[in-house]
Design a protein around this ligand. Structure first.
Ligand code: NAD
Length: 464
């Protein structure tokens, strides 16, 4: 009965969100559409909906925001002001494909809040990107930059496309078209994009170049650039390095000996692969399982990063590595191990699988991997979850260092980047832990309380 009424409430709240989405019509692109005399292929839609598609990531973030704002008795007016995005831009991108056909591709940039500084957040290319996902990720960025106390707000961008089906030329044309369409709202002091899923330093180089054509040389308009174009040393590995520091700090408070634990990492992209590498090569931690979109591999004696990396480079997947057992991504999440690090997509740990997770500690390298139902299950099973808005904040922290270097036209040495990142990750963990102990709430809500208080204070001070 209780489950039924919970389901109904969730359904109603989902319907309300959908209504709001329709009402809050997106800002129209400022430029007129060109009339192109060739057939336009409609925007790409996901061919098969993902099994987790019915989870609305934006609702999950709002749920956590509500829990935190109630704890600190945030006024309704202030809560209303800082919970919803400031601006949402939906753009249509005409992209000429290699076969001569023109495709119409949809992209978004959502600016959530800039009370503490310019909007900041990555750009994701994925076939399941939609407005609610980008909205959720933009909101998470506001809370993340606040948790680690760097002077940025939160934003996110996304393009609904499967980039694995595009050639390099098509990707470049898509990226330049997207940059042109969002040009009117980004800028070094306005909104600074960065890489996210399926985008990388090359994507940022194209964005920087396209923006600079209109505004003059502007390296500070994006972060995560190649080092040759003003990128920061240590940025590429920064999110993974931050995840490792988060694991080290939390292992201490949760009495786990890193020399003895086993770790499973879902995702072998930027974040997952650097996490696995640093854990093994710098911290001596045994990583027993890794995965990518094609599946996972497991070896109880440990998987050497260099072997997995070579396998990935040679075949496009870690699957097939000699001496390791093949498993599915679902099996990896439920593997017998001490630490689980989801480092791929959102909504991986849910009502339907949270009870089968065997790890003693979960460190969220991905954004939004845990639904609130799963959070409740983990809390009741006393499995601590180190929340995304702290655990994966290393990336945006070094993005901040990159932006500072660009603005000052001064390059930092690698050791300085790593040292400053360490300091921020350590002090932020202490602040999150303190908040969670003070309010007797899980670490995620402690992190949200810390973040929401800071954003609310800034909004109030600036005058709302
Ligand atoms: P990436 O594109 O480099 O890698 C994504 C990885 O996930 C790949 O290994 C891919 O094969 C795997 N994957 C994709 N779909 C999957 C599926 N359905 N099941 C299992 N694995 C799947 O992306 P990334 O930059 O490493 O980002 C990973 C996560 O970390 C995302 O949630 C992202 O938002 C978050 N994040 C990234 C950064 C950053 O600096 N790149 C910063 C903070 C958070």
């Amino acid at each position: 009965m209780a489950k039924k009424s919970k389901k109904k409430t969730a359904q109603r709240s989902r319907q309300r969100t959908v209504k709001k989405v329709k009402k809050r019509s997106a800002v129209k692109p400022a430029r007129r559409k060109k009339v192109v005399p060739i057939a336009i292929v409609p925007a790409q839609k996901p061919s098969t909906p993902s099994p987790t598609a019915h989870y609305n990531p934006y609702e999950v973030v709002l749920h956590n925001f509500e829990l935190a704002s109630k704890r600190i008795n945030l006024s309704d007016e202030l809560a209303m002001l800082i919970r919803t995005p400031d601006r949402e831009l939906r753009v249509e991108l005409p992209v000429l494909m290699d076969d001569g056909k023109l495709h119409s591709i949809i992209g978004y940039r959502v600016q959530h809040n800039n009370a503490r500084g310019p909007y900041k957040g990555g750009i994701r290319y994925h076939q399941e990107v939609d407005l609610d996902e980008v909205r959720a990720l933009a909101s998470l960025m506001t809370w993340k930059t606040s948790v680690v106390d760097i002077p940025f707000g939160g934003a996110k961008g996304g393009v609904t496309i499967d980039p694995t089906k595009l050639s390099l030329g098509e990707l470049e044309r898509l990226t330049r078209a997207f940059t042109n369409k969002i040009d009117l709202i980004i800028g070094p002091s306005e909104d600074i994009p960065a890489p996210d899923v399926n985008t990388n330093a090359q994507t940022m180089a194209w964005m920087m170049d396209e923006y600079s054509k209109v505004h003059g040389y502007s390296p500070a308009v994006v972060t995560g650039k190649p080092v040759e174009l003003g990128g920061s040393l240590g940025r590429e590995e920064a999110t993974g390095r931050g995840v490792c520091i988060a694991l080290r700090e939390s292992a201490r408070t949760h009495h786990l000996d890193l020399k003895k634990v086993t770790v499973a990492v879902q995702g072998f992209g930027n974040v997952g692969s650097h996490t696995a590498r640093i854990l093994e090569q710098e911290m001596g931690v045994k990583v027993v399982a890794v995965s990518d979109v094609k599946g996972g591999i497991y070896n109880p004696r440990g998987i050497r990063f260099s072997d997995a990396s070579t396998q990935f480079k040679n075949t496009g997947s870690v699957v097939g590595l000699k001496g390791a057992v093949k498993l599915t991504n679902e099996e990896l999440l439920e593997l017998k191990c001490d630490v689980l690090i989801p480092a791929a997509l959102g909504n991986q740990l849910r009502f339907d699988n949270a009870n089968r997770v065997q790890a003693k500690l979960i460190v969220e390298a991905a954004n939004g991997p845990t639904t609130y139902e799963a959070d409740e299950i983990f809390a009741s099973r006393k499995i601590p979850v180190i929340p995304d808005i702290y655990a994966n904040a290393g990336g945006v922290t070094v993005s901040y260092f990159e932006w500072v270097q660009n603005v000052q036209r001064f390059r930092w040495e690698y050791a300085r980047v790593v040292n400053e990142l360490e300091k921020i990750m350590i002090s932020s963990y202490a602040a999150v832990l303190q908040m969670s102990e003070k309010h007797k709430v899980p670490l995620r809500i402690g992190a949200f309380i810390l973040a929401v208080e800071r954003v609310a204070r800034a909004a109030k001070l600036r005058g709302v």
